[in-house]
Ligand binder design. Sequence first.
Ligand code: NIG
Ligand code: FE
Length: 424
Amino acid sequence: MMTKRLITGKTYFSIKMYTQQLIGPFRQIVTMASLPTKGPLTDDQLQIVPNAGIVLQGDRIVEVVNFEEGTKKHKNVFEMEGDYVALPGLIDCHTHICFAGSRAKDYQLKVGGAGYQEILKGGGGIHDTVQKTRAATLTELEELLAGRATRHLTEGVTTIEVKSGYGLNVADELKMLEAISRTSKEYLLDVIPTCLAAHVKPGEFDKADEYLDFLMNDLLLQVKQEGLSNRVDIFVEEGAFDVALSRKYLTRAREMGFQLTVHADQFSSGGSKLAVDMGALSADHLEASTDADIKYLAGSDTIGVVLPGASMGLGLPFAPARKLLDYGGCLAIATDWNPGSAPMGDLLMQAAVLGASQKLSMAETWAGITFRAAKALDLDDRGTLVHGNLADFIAFETGDYREVLYHQGKVKPVAVWKNGRLVD
Ligand code: NIG
Ligand code: FE
């Protein structure tokens, strides 16, 4: 951690990390503490501490206090002038931001009427990004990824999941995972890697099952050995991998000790049920889930991750987020930021717009991009502003937390703290 660069590339020293510091005052701190993991939330359940300060030590939160009281105890005060509201750092639990190239050409075809899967079948889409990503060097890829990740950080996203899946062979999948690992080590943000080698079948293989066998017998072993990821994802879909093949692949990955996550029910039903049956951490997409799928998912420990950016990018309806909560499920919201279906990558804006459309309470929307998203990544040290958690938090220039989602993503954080460090 000591060697992590701020986004400006500055280094910092550990000596300061152990001094307690009080930051504030904030007109409101919305801690997101003490809320249930599953089911609907109302805004009056939110813990909102007025005129508050956050006490940090090193990279951790000591406590949230009344600011006046805090100044009596603490000499080291970072004083904010003006009206601010603080919330936990945002968590984007599903992205594909390690890639080279652009799919603007595909987008032009799509708005002209071509379908996402039609373009994929024709050798474009994901295959186009695979070609460009294979051609990029590790350094180029790391720079592209770091540029996107640091943009996310300045917009308040302090933890980002990033998938491989544009290499589709051993060397290039490992190159992607290595770029992800380097970015996490070298920059002041946490990047959680997921192996999505089972994204689509590459042209070098005739049959989907042969490709998956190859992944199970070769690539996954190397990913495990080199400690490059402990998460495995698969795109369960017509034109990608069917349920039976996916079950076999996920079973093997689970046996090898990987945690599971699934691209499920994007265009057709089947994936989310499989995700639940396999004990996956999350089932992501859900645009095409049936009522029975949503009920089944809600009754399980698998988290439903909805991706409004993919619906926006493809001009398709949002996933039934409201229904998932009403059936008692856990809802997280992520960007799916990728060059094809979701090039925007604005988590706050997408969550706010989804909330307006799906009638999510503000508490449900914030939960989906903070502690419930942390849960989808199996991280229990972030997403709420409580003692012992990472000091990842963001400040908005307003005195009323409701202003943020009301402005649908245009009100951005004016300050971001990651691991107790102010990002500059
Ligand atoms: O989650 N659906 C599959 N994968 C990505 C899109 C990747 C791409 O189009 O490059 C998704 O939408
Ligand atoms: Fe995705």
